[in-house]
Design a protein around this ligand. Sequence first.
Ligand SMILES: Nc1ncnc2c1ncn2[C@@H]1O[C@H](COP(=O)(O)OP(=O)(O)O)[C@@H](O)[C@H]1O
Ligand SMILES: [Mg+2]
Length: 243
Amino acid sequence: MIELSDVHKSFGNVEVLKGITASVQKGEVVCVIGPSGSGKSTILRCINGLESYDRGEISIEGLKVHRDAPTIVEIRTQVSMVFQRFNLFPHRTALENVVEGPLFVKQEPRAEAYERGRALLARVGLAEKADVHPPQLSGGQQQRVAIARALAMQPKAILFDEPTSALDPELVGDVLGVMRKLADEGMTMVVVTHEMGFARDVADRVLFIDGGVIVEQGPAKALLNQPQHPRTQDFLRRVLHPL
Ligand SMILES: Nc1ncnc2c1ncn2[C@@H]1O[C@H](COP(=O)(O)OP(=O)(O)O)[C@@H](O)[C@H]1O
Ligand SMILES: [Mg+2]
């Protein structure tokens, strides 16, 4: 579904993606792990056109990702993104946030969008919070609204950029639970995360990125339990045993 072929990207004269080649199959959950600054967010942002890339090719079901306006709209309706800091509109209710894309990007009929929006909030366990504004919600609840908003576009895939990193520890589980349910239902997902338990249990495959290259990739359990590359071993040791 998502293909990256020799993708290069520089900011100024600093090359942050140095030839990324990877693919994500329909229904697959791929976790992307790696140190801070290694290029994980940049990869996601290039996939959904938030960032341009310099060389190589990215395609989504055969549609080449370009940053010209019609392609961007098409890509954004097919691939949703969930951010670390939720990015909800604070002055709109949870439900209004969820229906924003369907109403204004996809021009769906109002009644239909609102009905589906309520169903999506129920699906993430927030049926009773439809009319509440984000500042009145916990971080975990806001992130679940953001997931409902991503689902509202009926995307072919969802990209998650460290969706639980900004949350208090006791709220992480609810968000990961919703993500696990989506995975079980067959959603195609690319998840940048430091939650190694989630990666081990839910991901089909894991990519380890360091310094703008994929150092190692493989089936989740194999890569996390028996990393082959010394850099992967070192990273996992530091993440799993920080002391
Ligand atoms: N808009 C930008 N302008 C300049 N440098 C950037 C920009 N976005 C990211 N970078 C740099 O690119 C590198 C990779 O960043 P990023 O993809 O955010 O890493 P990660 O998500 O793995 O922490 C970092 O060195 C970062 O400082
Ligand atoms: Mg990042």
